[in-house]
Design a protein. Structure first.
Ligand code: CUK
Ligand code: CUA
Ligand code: CA
Length: 635
Protein backbone atom coordinates (compact mmCIF):
# COMPACT_ATOMS: atom_id res chain seq x y z
CA UNK A 1 0.00 0.00 0.00
CA UNK A 2 2.19 2.79 1.20
CA UNK A 3 5.80 2.52 0.39
CA UNK A 4 7.98 3.59 3.32
CA UNK A 5 10.51 4.83 0.79
CA UNK A 6 8.05 7.54 -0.21
CA UNK A 7 9.34 10.19 2.09
CA UNK A 8 7.24 12.94 0.71
CA UNK A 9 3.98 12.03 2.36
CA UNK A 10 2.35 15.27 3.39
CA UNK A 11 2.32 16.39 6.94
CA UNK A 12 -1.09 16.24 8.53
CA UNK A 13 -1.92 18.72 11.19
CA UNK A 14 -5.29 18.81 12.89
CA UNK A 15 -4.99 22.56 13.36
CA UNK A 16 -5.08 22.55 9.65
CA UNK A 17 -8.18 23.96 8.02
CA UNK A 18 -7.77 21.50 5.19
CA UNK A 19 -7.73 18.43 7.41
CA UNK A 20 -11.20 17.45 6.33
CA UNK A 21 -13.01 14.19 6.84
CA UNK A 22 -11.29 13.07 3.74
CA UNK A 23 -7.88 13.58 5.26
CA UNK A 24 -8.89 11.88 8.46
CA UNK A 25 -10.11 9.02 6.33
CA UNK A 26 -6.79 8.88 4.55
CA UNK A 27 -5.08 8.88 7.88
CA UNK A 28 -7.10 5.89 8.97
CA UNK A 29 -6.12 4.06 5.85
CA UNK A 30 -2.58 5.08 6.46
CA UNK A 31 -2.64 3.81 10.00
CA UNK A 32 -4.06 0.52 8.89
CA UNK A 33 -1.69 0.17 6.02
CA UNK A 34 1.62 0.96 7.53
CA UNK A 35 1.71 0.88 11.28
CA UNK A 36 5.49 0.61 11.27
CA UNK A 37 5.79 4.08 9.85
CA UNK A 38 3.91 5.50 12.77
CA UNK A 39 6.66 4.71 15.22
CA UNK A 40 8.58 7.92 14.89
CA UNK A 41 5.72 10.25 14.18
CA UNK A 42 3.27 8.86 16.69
CA UNK A 43 -0.45 8.77 16.27
CA UNK A 44 -0.98 11.85 18.41
CA UNK A 45 -3.10 14.78 17.42
CA UNK A 46 -1.21 17.31 15.35
CA UNK A 47 1.79 15.07 14.83
CA UNK A 48 3.51 14.96 11.50
CA UNK A 49 3.28 11.56 9.99
CA UNK A 50 6.50 11.93 8.08
CA UNK A 51 8.77 14.79 7.22
CA UNK A 52 7.67 16.20 3.88
CA UNK A 53 11.27 17.08 3.38
CA UNK A 54 14.36 18.45 5.28
CA UNK A 55 15.86 16.51 2.47
CA UNK A 56 13.20 13.98 3.37
CA UNK A 57 14.70 13.33 6.77
CA UNK A 58 18.15 12.74 5.30
CA UNK A 59 17.08 9.81 3.20
CA UNK A 60 17.55 11.86 0.04
CA UNK A 61 15.45 14.48 -1.67
CA UNK A 62 11.70 14.55 -1.29
CA UNK A 63 9.54 13.13 -4.02
CA UNK A 64 6.93 15.21 -5.76
CA UNK A 65 4.63 12.20 -5.71
CA UNK A 66 1.58 12.62 -3.53
CA UNK A 67 -0.34 9.39 -3.40
CA UNK A 68 -3.91 8.92 -4.55
CA UNK A 69 -6.28 10.38 -2.00
CA UNK A 70 -3.53 12.24 -0.19
CA UNK A 71 -3.59 16.02 -0.06
CA UNK A 72 -0.80 18.39 -0.94
CA UNK A 73 0.87 20.41 1.76
CA UNK A 74 0.85 23.71 -0.12
CA UNK A 75 -1.32 25.70 -2.43
CA UNK A 76 0.50 27.28 -5.33
CA UNK A 77 -1.13 30.29 -6.96
CA UNK A 78 0.13 30.57 -10.49
CA UNK A 79 -0.18 33.52 -12.75
CA UNK A 80 -1.68 32.47 -16.07
CA UNK A 81 0.20 35.11 -18.04
CA UNK A 82 -1.56 36.21 -21.18
CA UNK A 83 -4.19 33.51 -20.75
CA UNK A 84 -5.59 36.09 -18.31
CA UNK A 85 -6.35 33.58 -15.55
CA UNK A 86 -4.90 32.43 -12.24
CA UNK A 87 -4.29 28.74 -11.59
CA UNK A 88 -4.23 26.87 -8.34
CA UNK A 89 -1.78 24.01 -8.00
CA UNK A 90 -1.04 21.62 -5.17
CA UNK A 91 2.55 21.26 -4.04
CA UNK A 92 4.64 19.20 -4.06
CA UNK A 93 2.57 17.18 -6.52
CA UNK A 94 2.24 20.12 -8.94
CA UNK A 95 -1.26 18.85 -9.72
CA UNK A 96 -3.50 21.56 -11.13
CA UNK A 97 -6.44 21.95 -8.74
CA UNK A 98 -8.41 24.82 -10.18
CA UNK A 99 -8.42 27.64 -12.68
CA UNK A 100 -9.69 31.02 -11.63
CA UNK A 101 -10.81 33.07 -14.60
CA UNK A 102 -9.97 36.73 -14.13
CA UNK A 103 -9.42 38.81 -17.27
CA UNK A 104 -10.50 36.08 -19.71
CA UNK A 105 -13.67 34.31 -20.77
CA UNK A 106 -14.22 30.85 -19.36
CA UNK A 107 -16.70 28.59 -21.06
CA UNK A 108 -16.88 26.15 -18.15
CA UNK A 109 -17.90 28.55 -15.41
CA UNK A 110 -19.45 31.19 -17.65
CA UNK A 111 -16.97 33.85 -16.56
CA UNK A 112 -17.43 36.72 -18.99
CA UNK A 113 -20.85 35.30 -19.91
CA UNK A 114 -22.91 35.53 -16.72
CA UNK A 115 -24.36 38.80 -15.48
CA UNK A 116 -22.53 38.42 -12.17
CA UNK A 117 -19.13 38.08 -13.86
CA UNK A 118 -19.88 40.92 -16.26
CA UNK A 119 -20.58 43.12 -13.27
CA UNK A 120 -17.08 42.35 -11.95
CA UNK A 121 -15.46 42.72 -15.36
CA UNK A 122 -17.11 46.11 -15.81
CA UNK A 123 -17.74 47.61 -19.17
CA UNK A 124 -14.26 47.97 -20.61
CA UNK A 125 -15.17 45.23 -23.04
CA UNK A 126 -11.74 43.67 -22.69
CA UNK A 127 -11.71 39.91 -22.31
CA UNK A 128 -7.98 39.49 -22.57
CA UNK A 129 -5.40 40.02 -19.91
CA UNK A 130 -1.74 39.55 -19.13
CA UNK A 131 -1.21 38.38 -15.57
CA UNK A 132 2.23 38.38 -14.03
CA UNK A 133 2.20 38.75 -10.27
CA UNK A 134 -0.20 36.97 -7.92
CA UNK A 135 0.18 37.95 -4.27
CA UNK A 136 -1.88 37.14 -1.20
CA UNK A 137 -2.93 39.69 1.39
CA UNK A 138 -0.97 39.66 4.64
CA UNK A 139 -1.36 40.61 8.26
CA UNK A 140 1.86 41.42 10.10
CA UNK A 141 3.92 39.80 7.37
CA UNK A 142 1.98 36.51 7.39
CA UNK A 143 -0.41 35.38 4.66
CA UNK A 144 -3.96 35.90 5.91
CA UNK A 145 -5.80 33.97 3.20
CA UNK A 146 -8.25 36.78 2.55
CA UNK A 147 -7.44 37.93 -0.97
CA UNK A 148 -5.16 37.21 -3.88
CA UNK A 149 -4.30 40.14 -6.11
CA UNK A 150 -3.17 39.94 -9.72
CA UNK A 151 -2.09 42.51 -12.28
CA UNK A 152 -3.18 42.84 -15.90
CA UNK A 153 -0.43 44.37 -17.97
CA UNK A 154 -2.54 44.20 -21.14
CA UNK A 155 -5.33 46.51 -19.97
CA UNK A 156 -3.75 48.28 -16.97
CA UNK A 157 -5.90 46.58 -14.36
CA UNK A 158 -5.63 45.05 -10.92
CA UNK A 159 -7.98 42.25 -9.86
CA UNK A 160 -8.85 40.79 -6.50
CA UNK A 161 -9.70 37.13 -5.94
CA UNK A 162 -11.50 36.10 -2.77
CA UNK A 163 -9.61 33.43 -0.85
CA UNK A 164 -12.77 31.77 0.48
CA UNK A 165 -14.48 31.00 -2.83
CA UNK A 166 -11.49 31.50 -5.15
CA UNK A 167 -13.41 33.73 -7.53
CA UNK A 168 -12.56 37.17 -8.80
CA UNK A 169 -14.69 39.75 -7.02
CA UNK A 170 -13.25 43.13 -8.04
CA UNK A 171 -11.39 44.52 -11.01
CA UNK A 172 -10.05 48.06 -11.09
CA UNK A 173 -8.70 49.84 -14.14
CA UNK A 174 -5.84 52.08 -13.05
CA UNK A 175 -6.34 55.57 -14.50
CA UNK A 176 -3.71 57.73 -16.20
CA UNK A 177 -1.26 54.91 -16.91
CA UNK A 178 -0.48 52.11 -19.33
CA UNK A 179 0.56 48.52 -18.55
CA UNK A 180 0.36 47.59 -14.85
CA UNK A 181 3.30 45.25 -14.37
CA UNK A 182 4.95 44.90 -10.95
CA UNK A 183 2.46 44.20 -8.16
CA UNK A 184 2.98 43.42 -4.49
CA UNK A 185 1.11 43.95 -1.29
CA UNK A 186 1.91 45.97 1.78
CA UNK A 187 3.02 43.31 4.26
CA UNK A 188 2.86 45.21 7.55
CA UNK A 189 0.81 46.04 9.60
CA UNK A 190 -1.60 44.53 7.07
CA UNK A 191 -2.35 44.80 3.38
CA UNK A 192 -3.88 48.23 3.26
CA UNK A 193 -2.37 48.88 -0.16
CA UNK A 194 -1.68 46.84 -3.24
CA UNK A 195 1.26 48.51 -4.96
CA UNK A 196 1.05 48.57 -8.73
CA UNK A 197 3.76 49.67 -11.15
CA UNK A 198 2.78 51.11 -14.50
CA UNK A 199 5.57 50.14 -16.85
CA UNK A 200 5.22 52.38 -19.88
CA UNK A 201 5.86 56.11 -19.87
CA UNK A 202 3.26 58.09 -21.79
CA UNK A 203 2.29 61.67 -22.64
CA UNK A 204 0.07 63.67 -20.26
CA UNK A 205 -2.45 64.67 -21.39
CA UNK A 206 -2.55 61.74 -23.79
CA UNK A 207 -4.91 63.48 -26.18
CA UNK A 208 -3.45 62.55 -29.54
CA UNK A 209 -1.70 65.86 -30.09
CA UNK A 210 1.87 64.61 -29.69
CA UNK A 211 3.91 61.47 -30.15
CA UNK A 212 7.54 62.44 -29.83
CA UNK A 213 7.73 64.89 -26.96
CA UNK A 214 9.18 62.01 -24.98
CA UNK A 215 10.91 64.18 -22.44
CA UNK A 216 7.39 65.03 -21.23
CA UNK A 217 6.34 61.38 -20.90
CA UNK A 218 6.05 59.90 -17.44
CA UNK A 219 4.61 56.96 -15.58
CA UNK A 220 3.29 56.45 -12.05
CA UNK A 221 3.32 54.18 -9.03
CA UNK A 222 -0.22 53.46 -7.80
CA UNK A 223 -1.53 52.41 -4.39
CA UNK A 224 -4.76 50.46 -4.70
CA UNK A 225 -6.78 50.18 -1.51
CA UNK A 226 -7.11 46.45 -0.85
CA UNK A 227 -10.61 46.73 0.64
CA UNK A 228 -12.27 49.31 -1.62
CA UNK A 229 -10.15 48.49 -4.68
CA UNK A 230 -10.07 52.23 -5.40
CA UNK A 231 -6.79 53.90 -6.25
CA UNK A 232 -5.87 55.91 -3.13
CA UNK A 233 -2.95 57.79 -4.72
CA UNK A 234 -0.46 57.83 -7.56
CA UNK A 235 3.13 59.04 -7.58
CA UNK A 236 4.90 60.32 -10.70
CA UNK A 237 8.40 58.89 -11.10
CA UNK A 238 11.47 59.41 -13.20
CA UNK A 239 12.21 56.56 -15.57
CA UNK A 240 9.84 53.63 -15.86
CA UNK A 241 8.69 51.00 -13.35
CA UNK A 242 9.33 47.27 -13.58
CA UNK A 243 8.95 45.14 -10.42
CA UNK A 244 8.08 46.17 -6.88
CA UNK A 245 8.18 44.90 -3.31
CA UNK A 246 7.53 46.25 0.18
CA UNK A 247 9.36 46.10 3.49
CA UNK A 248 8.37 44.62 6.85
CA UNK A 249 7.76 47.91 8.64
CA UNK A 250 5.00 49.20 6.37
CA UNK A 251 6.98 52.38 5.74
CA UNK A 252 8.48 51.68 2.34
CA UNK A 253 7.78 50.18 -1.03
CA UNK A 254 10.37 50.13 -3.80
CA UNK A 255 10.46 49.50 -7.51
CA UNK A 256 13.07 48.73 -10.11
CA UNK A 257 13.44 50.84 -13.23
CA UNK A 258 15.11 49.52 -16.38
CA UNK A 259 14.51 52.61 -18.46
CA UNK A 260 15.99 55.51 -16.53
CA UNK A 261 16.99 56.72 -19.96
CA UNK A 262 13.35 57.43 -20.80
CA UNK A 263 13.96 55.85 -24.18
CA UNK A 264 11.27 54.61 -26.52
CA UNK A 265 13.60 52.21 -28.33
CA UNK A 266 15.59 49.14 -27.29
CA UNK A 267 19.07 50.57 -27.75
CA UNK A 268 18.14 53.69 -25.85
CA UNK A 269 16.94 51.76 -22.81
CA UNK A 270 20.32 50.00 -22.58
CA UNK A 271 22.47 53.11 -22.88
CA UNK A 272 23.10 53.84 -19.21
CA UNK A 273 25.32 51.58 -17.11
CA UNK A 274 23.03 52.14 -14.16
CA UNK A 275 19.32 52.55 -13.83
CA UNK A 276 17.77 52.71 -10.37
CA UNK A 277 15.60 51.52 -7.55
CA UNK A 278 13.02 54.10 -6.52
CA UNK A 279 11.95 53.99 -2.89
CA UNK A 280 8.52 55.30 -1.88
CA UNK A 281 8.08 56.80 1.57
CA UNK A 282 4.51 55.73 2.38
CA UNK A 283 4.13 57.90 5.50
CA UNK A 284 5.23 61.04 3.67
CA UNK A 285 3.01 60.26 0.69
CA UNK A 286 -0.01 59.74 2.97
CA UNK A 287 0.75 62.98 4.79
CA UNK A 288 1.02 64.89 1.51
CA UNK A 289 -2.32 63.48 0.34
CA UNK A 290 -3.90 64.41 3.66
CA UNK A 291 -2.49 67.93 3.41
CA UNK A 292 -3.98 68.28 -0.05
CA UNK A 293 -0.59 68.63 -1.74
CA UNK A 294 -1.60 66.87 -4.92
CA UNK A 295 -3.06 67.41 -8.36
CA UNK A 296 -5.31 65.26 -10.50
CA UNK A 297 -5.02 64.21 -14.12
CA UNK A 298 -7.76 64.21 -16.73
CA UNK A 299 -11.15 63.00 -15.53
CA UNK A 300 -9.69 60.99 -12.69
CA UNK A 301 -10.09 62.16 -9.11
CA UNK A 302 -7.12 60.13 -7.85
CA UNK A 303 -4.58 62.29 -5.96
CA UNK A 304 -1.39 62.50 -8.01
CA UNK A 305 1.89 63.46 -6.32
CA UNK A 306 5.19 64.35 -7.92
CA UNK A 307 7.85 61.87 -6.85
CA UNK A 308 10.44 62.73 -9.44
CA UNK A 309 14.04 63.30 -8.42
CA UNK A 310 14.30 65.98 -5.77
CA UNK A 311 10.96 65.07 -4.18
CA UNK A 312 10.97 64.25 -0.48
CA UNK A 313 8.49 61.44 -1.16
CA UNK A 314 10.97 59.24 -2.98
CA UNK A 315 14.64 58.32 -3.15
CA UNK A 316 16.53 56.99 -6.16
CA UNK A 317 19.35 54.50 -5.72
CA UNK A 318 21.51 53.80 -8.79
CA UNK A 319 21.57 50.08 -9.67
CA UNK A 320 23.28 48.31 -12.59
CA UNK A 321 21.92 47.66 -15.40
CA UNK A 322 18.27 47.34 -16.46
CA UNK A 323 17.45 45.71 -13.10
CA UNK A 324 14.37 43.48 -13.08
CA UNK A 325 13.15 41.69 -9.93
CA UNK A 326 13.21 43.24 -6.48
CA UNK A 327 12.71 40.85 -3.59
CA UNK A 328 12.55 41.47 0.14
CA UNK A 329 14.13 38.78 2.30
CA UNK A 330 11.82 37.15 4.86
CA UNK A 331 13.52 38.68 7.88
CA UNK A 332 12.95 42.11 6.41
CA UNK A 333 16.58 43.10 6.80
CA UNK A 334 17.51 43.02 3.13
CA UNK A 335 16.07 43.39 -0.33
CA UNK A 336 17.76 42.20 -3.49
CA UNK A 337 17.59 43.86 -6.91
CA UNK A 338 18.45 41.62 -9.82
CA UNK A 339 20.72 43.07 -12.49
CA UNK A 340 19.42 41.41 -15.69
CA UNK A 341 21.94 43.07 -18.02
CA UNK A 342 24.49 43.10 -15.22
CA UNK A 343 25.69 39.76 -13.81
CA UNK A 344 25.20 41.19 -10.34
CA UNK A 345 22.61 41.42 -7.63
CA UNK A 346 22.41 44.51 -5.42
CA UNK A 347 21.63 44.01 -1.72
CA UNK A 348 19.92 46.85 0.15
CA UNK A 349 19.85 47.04 3.92
CA UNK A 350 16.34 48.26 4.59
CA UNK A 351 16.90 49.78 8.02
CA UNK A 352 19.13 52.36 6.32
CA UNK A 353 16.18 53.87 4.46
CA UNK A 354 15.17 56.05 7.43
CA UNK A 355 18.63 57.67 7.45
CA UNK A 356 18.47 58.10 3.69
CA UNK A 357 15.18 59.99 3.90
CA UNK A 358 16.53 62.06 6.78
CA UNK A 359 19.40 63.11 4.53
CA UNK A 360 22.02 61.51 6.78
CA UNK A 361 23.38 59.11 4.18
CA UNK A 362 23.64 58.99 0.40
CA UNK A 363 21.47 56.70 -1.74
CA UNK A 364 24.27 54.20 -2.47
CA UNK A 365 24.99 53.95 1.28
CA UNK A 366 21.91 51.75 1.52
CA UNK A 367 23.70 49.16 -0.64
CA UNK A 368 25.59 46.62 1.46
CA UNK A 369 26.59 44.25 -1.33
CA UNK A 370 26.74 44.13 -5.08
CA UNK A 371 28.09 40.78 -6.13
CA UNK A 372 28.38 38.76 -9.29
CA UNK A 373 26.29 35.61 -9.63
CA UNK A 374 26.12 34.80 -13.33
CA UNK A 375 24.43 35.94 -16.49
CA UNK A 376 20.95 37.40 -16.53
CA UNK A 377 19.85 37.52 -12.88
CA UNK A 378 16.07 38.11 -12.90
CA UNK A 379 14.45 37.19 -9.59
CA UNK A 380 15.50 36.07 -6.12
CA UNK A 381 13.78 33.89 -3.53
CA UNK A 382 14.77 33.08 0.06
CA UNK A 383 14.71 30.06 2.35
CA UNK A 384 14.59 31.83 5.71
CA UNK A 385 17.97 30.34 6.62
CA UNK A 386 20.08 33.13 5.12
CA UNK A 387 20.30 31.76 1.60
CA UNK A 388 19.06 33.43 -1.54
CA UNK A 389 18.18 31.73 -4.82
CA UNK A 390 18.53 33.80 -7.95
CA UNK A 391 17.41 32.81 -11.43
CA UNK A 392 20.05 33.29 -14.11
CA UNK A 393 18.14 33.59 -17.34
CA UNK A 394 21.05 33.43 -19.74
CA UNK A 395 22.98 30.75 -17.86
CA UNK A 396 19.79 28.64 -17.40
CA UNK A 397 20.64 28.15 -13.75
CA UNK A 398 19.46 28.83 -10.26
CA UNK A 399 22.26 30.26 -8.15
CA UNK A 400 22.08 29.62 -4.41
CA UNK A 401 24.09 32.16 -2.47
CA UNK A 402 24.66 33.20 1.12
CA UNK A 403 23.55 36.79 1.76
CA UNK A 404 25.79 37.51 4.78
CA UNK A 405 28.81 36.05 3.01
CA UNK A 406 28.05 38.15 -0.06
CA UNK A 407 28.15 41.23 2.16
CA UNK A 408 31.51 40.13 3.56
CA UNK A 409 32.89 39.50 0.09
CA UNK A 410 31.68 42.92 -1.04
CA UNK A 411 33.60 44.37 1.90
CA UNK A 412 36.77 42.72 0.66
CA UNK A 413 36.85 39.53 2.72
CA UNK A 414 37.95 36.40 0.91
CA UNK A 415 34.81 34.33 1.22
CA UNK A 416 32.90 32.29 -1.29
CA UNK A 417 29.31 33.41 -1.15
CA UNK A 418 28.09 31.11 -3.94
CA UNK A 419 26.78 27.87 -2.46
CA UNK A 420 25.57 26.01 -5.55
CA UNK A 421 24.44 26.48 -9.12
CA UNK A 422 21.78 24.14 -10.43
CA UNK A 423 20.89 23.74 -14.09
CA UNK A 424 17.25 24.38 -14.92
CA UNK A 425 15.52 23.73 -18.23
CA UNK A 426 15.59 26.33 -19.73
CA UNK A 427 15.86 30.09 -19.17
CA UNK A 428 14.20 30.79 -15.82
CA UNK A 429 12.26 33.95 -15.06
CA UNK A 430 10.67 34.08 -11.63
CA UNK A 431 11.26 31.66 -8.84
CA UNK A 432 9.52 31.30 -5.53
CA UNK A 433 10.08 29.44 -2.27
CA UNK A 434 7.47 27.97 0.05
CA UNK A 435 6.11 30.88 2.12
CA UNK A 436 9.21 32.78 0.98
CA UNK A 437 7.72 36.25 0.63
CA UNK A 438 6.47 36.25 4.24
CA UNK A 439 7.91 35.97 7.72
CA UNK A 440 7.08 32.24 7.55
CA UNK A 441 9.59 31.25 4.87
CA UNK A 442 10.16 27.57 5.58
CA UNK A 443 12.83 26.69 3.05
CA UNK A 444 11.31 23.45 1.84
CA UNK A 445 10.72 23.87 -1.86
CA UNK A 446 11.75 26.22 -4.61
CA UNK A 447 9.81 26.62 -7.82
CA UNK A 448 11.77 27.80 -10.82
CA UNK A 449 9.62 28.94 -13.73
CA UNK A 450 11.26 28.37 -17.08
CA UNK A 451 10.28 30.19 -20.22
CA UNK A 452 11.42 27.39 -22.52
CA UNK A 453 10.93 23.63 -22.26
CA UNK A 454 12.43 22.60 -25.61
CA UNK A 455 13.11 18.86 -25.32
CA UNK A 456 11.69 18.18 -21.85
CA UNK A 457 8.18 17.12 -22.92
CA UNK A 458 6.35 15.47 -25.78
CA UNK A 459 6.05 18.08 -28.48
CA UNK A 460 2.73 19.67 -29.34
CA UNK A 461 3.64 21.55 -32.47
CA UNK A 462 5.60 24.75 -32.71
CA UNK A 463 4.11 26.19 -29.52
CA UNK A 464 5.79 24.64 -26.51
CA UNK A 465 4.72 24.31 -22.91
CA UNK A 466 6.75 26.15 -20.33
CA UNK A 467 8.54 24.18 -17.65
CA UNK A 468 7.92 24.84 -13.97
CA UNK A 469 10.46 22.89 -11.97
CA UNK A 470 10.18 21.87 -8.35
CA UNK A 471 13.39 21.80 -6.35
CA UNK A 472 13.92 20.42 -2.84
CA UNK A 473 15.96 23.08 -1.03
CA UNK A 474 15.59 21.69 2.47
CA UNK A 475 19.08 20.23 2.62
CA UNK A 476 22.54 21.49 1.80
CA UNK A 477 22.02 20.90 -1.89
CA UNK A 478 19.27 21.92 -4.24
CA UNK A 479 17.81 18.84 -5.89
CA UNK A 480 15.49 18.98 -8.90
CA UNK A 481 12.53 16.69 -8.21
CA UNK A 482 9.83 17.49 -10.75
CA UNK A 483 9.22 18.95 -14.20
CA UNK A 484 5.81 20.55 -14.63
CA UNK A 485 4.61 21.64 -18.05
CA UNK A 486 2.42 24.73 -17.99
CA UNK A 487 0.47 26.69 -20.53
CA UNK A 488 1.21 30.33 -21.26
CA UNK A 489 2.69 31.98 -19.24
CA UNK A 490 3.31 31.76 -15.51
CA UNK A 491 5.65 34.65 -14.94
CA UNK A 492 5.30 34.25 -11.22
CA UNK A 493 3.64 32.21 -8.52
CA UNK A 494 3.44 32.08 -4.75
CA UNK A 495 3.31 29.10 -2.47
CA UNK A 496 1.08 29.15 0.58
CA UNK A 497 0.85 26.53 3.29
CA UNK A 498 -2.61 25.00 3.21
CA UNK A 499 -3.22 26.00 6.82
CA UNK A 500 -3.43 29.63 5.63
CA UNK A 501 -6.22 28.97 3.14
CA UNK A 502 -9.78 28.57 4.35
CA UNK A 503 -12.30 27.90 1.63
CA UNK A 504 -16.05 27.54 1.70
CA UNK A 505 -17.68 24.30 0.58
CA UNK A 506 -21.05 25.89 -0.19
CA UNK A 507 -21.99 29.44 -1.02
CA UNK A 508 -23.53 31.58 1.65
CA UNK A 509 -26.96 32.64 0.38
CA UNK A 510 -25.92 36.19 1.33
CA UNK A 511 -22.77 36.07 -0.78
CA UNK A 512 -22.16 39.50 -2.36
CA UNK A 513 -21.18 37.94 -5.73
CA UNK A 514 -24.86 37.51 -6.56
CA UNK A 515 -26.32 40.31 -4.44
CA UNK A 516 -27.46 42.29 -7.51
CA UNK A 517 -29.36 39.29 -8.80
CA UNK A 518 -30.98 38.76 -5.41
CA UNK A 519 -32.01 42.42 -5.43
CA UNK A 520 -33.50 42.03 -8.92
CA UNK A 521 -35.52 39.00 -7.77
CA UNK A 522 -36.74 40.88 -4.74
CA UNK A 523 -37.92 43.74 -6.95
CA UNK A 524 -39.78 41.15 -9.04
CA UNK A 525 -41.38 39.72 -5.89
CA UNK A 526 -39.60 36.41 -6.40
CA UNK A 527 -38.23 34.22 -3.65
CA UNK A 528 -35.18 32.60 -5.24
CA UNK A 529 -35.23 29.67 -2.85
CA UNK A 530 -38.81 28.60 -3.51
CA UNK A 531 -40.18 30.21 -6.67
CA UNK A 532 -40.09 29.09 -10.28
CA UNK A 533 -41.57 31.99 -12.20
CA UNK A 534 -41.48 33.89 -15.46
CA UNK A 535 -41.74 37.66 -15.07
CA UNK A 536 -42.42 39.79 -18.11
CA UNK A 537 -41.35 43.44 -18.16
CA UNK A 538 -42.01 44.80 -21.68
CA UNK A 539 -39.79 42.74 -23.97
CA UNK A 540 -37.56 41.81 -21.07
CA UNK A 541 -38.33 38.43 -19.59
CA UNK A 542 -36.85 37.09 -16.37
CA UNK A 543 -37.03 33.35 -15.85
CA UNK A 544 -36.39 32.34 -12.26
CA UNK A 545 -35.77 28.68 -11.57
CA UNK A 546 -34.38 26.54 -8.82
CA UNK A 547 -32.31 23.43 -9.31
CA UNK A 548 -31.94 20.29 -7.24
CA UNK A 549 -30.15 17.31 -8.72
CA UNK A 550 -31.26 16.03 -11.18
CA UNK A 551 -33.82 18.62 -12.25
CA UNK A 552 -34.52 22.27 -12.73
CA UNK A 553 -37.54 23.69 -10.97
CA UNK A 554 -38.98 24.48 -14.40
CA UNK A 555 -38.84 22.07 -17.31
CA UNK A 556 -40.37 24.49 -19.80
CA UNK A 557 -41.10 28.16 -20.35
CA UNK A 558 -42.33 30.36 -23.18
CA UNK A 559 -41.03 33.68 -24.50
CA UNK A 560 -41.57 35.71 -27.67
CA UNK A 561 -39.14 36.14 -30.52
CA UNK A 562 -36.96 39.18 -29.87
CA UNK A 563 -37.36 39.05 -26.08
CA UNK A 564 -34.31 39.74 -23.97
CA UNK A 565 -34.33 36.73 -21.69
CA UNK A 566 -32.55 36.56 -18.35
CA UNK A 567 -32.40 33.09 -16.84
CA UNK A 568 -31.70 33.03 -13.11
CA UNK A 569 -30.85 29.67 -11.58
CA UNK A 570 -30.54 29.03 -7.86
CA UNK A 571 -28.89 25.79 -6.83
CA UNK A 572 -30.70 24.54 -3.75
CA UNK A 573 -28.46 21.52 -3.27
CA UNK A 574 -26.68 21.55 0.06
CA UNK A 575 -24.19 18.85 -0.77
CA UNK A 576 -20.54 19.71 -1.36
CA UNK A 577 -19.47 19.34 -4.99
CA UNK A 578 -22.99 19.15 -6.49
CA UNK A 579 -22.53 21.96 -8.98
CA UNK A 580 -25.09 22.38 -11.74
CA UNK A 581 -24.74 24.12 -15.04
CA UNK A 582 -27.12 25.89 -17.36
CA UNK A 583 -26.62 25.88 -21.11
CA UNK A 584 -29.18 27.10 -23.63
CA UNK A 585 -28.34 25.23 -26.81
CA UNK A 586 -27.39 27.41 -29.81
CA UNK A 587 -27.48 30.62 -27.78
CA UNK A 588 -23.86 30.95 -26.68
CA UNK A 589 -24.63 30.86 -22.99
CA UNK A 590 -23.66 28.60 -20.16
CA UNK A 591 -22.72 28.92 -16.54
CA UNK A 592 -21.78 27.25 -13.30
CA UNK A 593 -24.20 27.23 -10.37
CA UNK A 594 -22.47 25.76 -7.33
CA UNK A 595 -24.37 24.61 -4.23
CA UNK A 596 -26.36 27.50 -2.70
CA UNK A 597 -25.25 29.85 -5.50
CA UNK A 598 -27.46 31.98 -7.71
CA UNK A 599 -26.22 32.76 -11.23
CA UNK A 600 -27.83 34.45 -14.18
CA UNK A 601 -27.31 34.93 -17.87
CA UNK A 602 -28.99 37.16 -20.43
CA UNK A 603 -29.50 36.51 -24.13
CA UNK A 604 -31.85 37.46 -26.93
CA UNK A 605 -34.38 34.82 -27.97
CA UNK A 606 -34.08 35.57 -31.67
CA UNK A 607 -34.83 32.11 -33.08
CA UNK A 608 -38.44 30.95 -33.02
CA UNK A 609 -39.02 27.33 -32.09
CA UNK A 610 -38.28 24.90 -29.31
CA UNK A 611 -34.83 25.16 -27.73
CA UNK A 612 -33.45 22.75 -25.19
CA UNK A 613 -31.52 23.82 -22.17
CA UNK A 614 -29.48 21.40 -20.10
CA UNK A 615 -27.17 21.01 -17.13
CA UNK A 616 -23.54 20.81 -18.20
CA UNK A 617 -21.81 20.18 -14.90
CA UNK A 618 -22.08 16.47 -14.18
CA UNK A 619 -24.17 16.33 -11.02
CA UNK A 620 -26.07 13.09 -10.72
CA UNK A 621 -26.67 9.69 -12.30
CA UNK A 622 -29.53 11.41 -14.13
CA UNK A 623 -27.44 14.42 -15.10
CA UNK A 624 -28.15 13.82 -18.80
CA UNK A 625 -31.83 14.00 -17.98
CA UNK A 626 -31.49 17.38 -16.27
CA UNK A 627 -32.90 19.52 -19.05
CA UNK A 628 -35.87 21.55 -20.23
CA UNK A 629 -37.38 23.43 -23.17
CA UNK A 630 -37.80 27.05 -24.08
CA UNK A 631 -40.49 27.83 -26.63
CA UNK A 632 -39.82 30.99 -28.60
CA UNK A 633 -43.08 32.10 -30.21
CA UNK A 634 -42.78 33.69 -33.63
CA UNK A 635 -43.10 37.47 -33.49
S1 CUK B 1 8.22 39.63 -14.81
CU1 CUK B 1 8.02 37.94 -16.24
S2 CUK B 1 9.85 36.85 -15.64
CU2 CUK B 1 6.50 40.36 -15.46
CU3 CUK B 1 7.75 39.51 -12.83
CU4 CUK B 1 10.21 38.67 -14.41
CU1 CUA C 1 -27.31 19.25 -12.72
CU2 CUA C 1 -25.78 18.16 -14.13
CA1 CA D 1 18.47 51.05 -18.79
Amino acid sequence: MINPKDKHLPKIDTEDAQASEHVKMSRRLFLGGSAALMGAAGAGVGASLLPATAQAAKGGPASAHVGPGELDEYYGFWSGGHSGEVRVLGLPSMRELMRIPVFNTDSATGWGITNESKEVLGNTGHLNGDCHHPHMSMTDGHYDGKYIFINDKANSRVARIRGDIMKTDKITTIPNVQAIHGLRVQKVPHTKYVFANAEFRMPHPNDGSEMDAIDKYFTMFSAVNAETMEVDWQVIVDGNLDNTDADYTGKYAFSTCYNSEGAVDLAGSMRAERDHLVIFNIERIEAAVKAGKFTTLGDSKVPVLDGRKGSELTAYVPVPKNPHGINTAPGGKYAVANGKLSPTVTVFQLDKFDALFEGKIKPRDTVVAEVELGLGPLHTAFDGRGNAYTTLFIDSQVCKWDVEKAIKAYNGEKVNYIVQKLDVHYQPGHNHTTMGETRDADGKYLISLQKFSKDRFLQCGPLHAENDQLIDISGDEMVLIHDGPTYAEPHDCMIVHRSKVKTRKLYDRKDPTFASTVAMAKADGVNLETDNKVIRDGNKVRVYMTSVAPSYGMDKFTVKQGDEVTVVVTNLDQIEDVTHGFCMVNHGVQMEISPQQTASVTFVADQPGVHWYYCNWFCHALHMEMRGRMLVEKA
